[in-house]
Design a protein around this ligand. Sequence first.
Ligand code: FPP
Length: 245
Amino acid sequence: MSTTERIVPHHIAIVMDGNGRWATKRFLPRVAGHKKGVDALRACVRHCGDIGVKVLTVFAFSSENWNRPAEEVSGLMELLAMALAREVPQLQSEGVRIHFVGDRSALSEKVRQGLVQAEARTAGNERLVLNVCFNYGGRWDIAQAAAKLAERGEPITEASLDRAMALAHVPDPDLLIRTGGELRISNFLLWQAAYSELYFTPRLWPEFDAAALDEAIADYGRRERRFGRTSEQVGTPSGTNRKAA
Ligand code: FPP
């Protein structure tokens, strides 16, 4: 491997934090920050597709976000509906397959239909999988997986839980990015991030562009991923992070 070759993570997960602060700094309503956040997400999806990332998972609305002011919650719901209508043709042309991950039962019938349609329309795409976590929480996911197994009378093991989780269609994230300066996971991918490399940046999500994503990927490329083993066992020189076969 040449020293300039980039190690591109197969799966990147992102906590897109900082929209509210971005808007408040500009004396704008918080929803304006979320709108700008959709622009940043669009650019990020495009860049991931271009550089060969295969899966992108983003946290768009957490189980706990219902506690925000009603105006912001309804703004986020409207934004989702608008983004679905506007972005799906573009995702389609870029070969992006979209999945929505989370508890749909609390969403309106109109939003639920929009999710199903977007998934169906992009189902044949293979360039990039985009998982949008909406009304999602890591604890919800573990609980729903366990409930599913209990209902089927299946034993609960790591492997069976793994298969019942909402992200069973993709491998675990290699790199988990959080923008906005906070140093926590906030109930995102609690099960799947067991061995993800974590990257925190103070940059607010609306300002997280392709160059910022490249910086995060370069940092990831310098990590040594050991998955519980020693450096010697992994057998890679320090500074590389290829998973031992
Ligand atoms: C966290 O920033 C961000 C969210 C709760 C929403 C993230 C949503 C998007 C980026 C838009 C994409 C959405 C859809 C509907 C596809 P924050 O509001 O907590 O920011 P703060 O920490 O500065 O207050």
